[in-house]
Design a protein. Sequence first.
Length: 357
Amino acid sequence: MKTLKGPGIFLAQFIGQQPPFNSLAGLAQWASALGYKALQMPCNHPLIFDLPRAATSQTYCDEVTGLLANYGLQISELSTHLEGQLIAVHPAHDRAFDGFAPAALHGDKEKRTAWAIQTVKLAAAASANLGLQAHATFSGSLAWPYLYPWPPHNPQLLSEAFSELARRWLPVLDEFDRYGIDVCYEIHPGEDLHDGVTFERFLALVNNHPRCNILFDPSHLHLQHIDYLQFIDIYHQRIKAFHVKDAEYLPNGRSGVYGGYQRWIDRAGRFRSPGDGQIDFPAIFSKLAQYDYAGWAVLEWECCLKEAETGAREGADFIRRHIIPVAERAFDDFAAQPQQAASIRAQLGLSAADSHD
């Protein structure tokens, strides 16, 4: 069995305009002081991490890894959540998601899609130059507006939406396969891949592509009332990345899973700092250890109540306490005795003549 790696921290929610959050060196020093061992690096902040340069320059990647090593850090995964989102955008969301793309592409969805595909492909080359094994992203969505439709859903429409999603992603998956990097889709409401059923549907359409994998975040499953422990049992062979994010669902008489268009703090389901919500993390870490998950445990902080730096400080210790140093031998190995087949048969009260060998 393998011991999970960690703690790591996803930088996306912490990058800012003021030191130490406005430079990679500042962020690295801050994260290291809190006890983190790895950074999950978003690719949409060129002053923090220059993705095009990383895809073409081994020297630049060596400089980045060297800088982080000075603080006892490494990169767990690169993240193209925003760029992956733009690979597939329903027209209803065009204006909202334009802000994720360069200004020159706003209002031109075809160019925006092409840019997003090319950018995520660059992350494959950059990941290889950095010596990474997995990549974190979103699938994007063409069918999400039809999640709970009235009038009832159109099977042909959904079939076409998923077929198009697969068509756009297949060349990207092939590019990651060329470099030996796993693409880990965060299973997330708002994405077409938001539960096990939709992941399976997509996986079949990309021909069970070996690089089509999962970023496991229990918070998004819990808020959909999905059994996130059974999810690990079912999909553990495809889980190649892990966000440690807590959540709670507090039933009430006014709103439910859909949130009533309210702020997060007022919803029945909301995100919390690790340990403040309802997620059974001891069971999750046990499951992942049982199934030989070889990746990182990465804090993603989005608490609706707690101050961010407090959540980051507490999160490092929380992850460290939950990582299980797996045993190198079984507790009952002391009782094992090497035996020959004849001795075993005698122990069972069987004669050599009874053998079916």
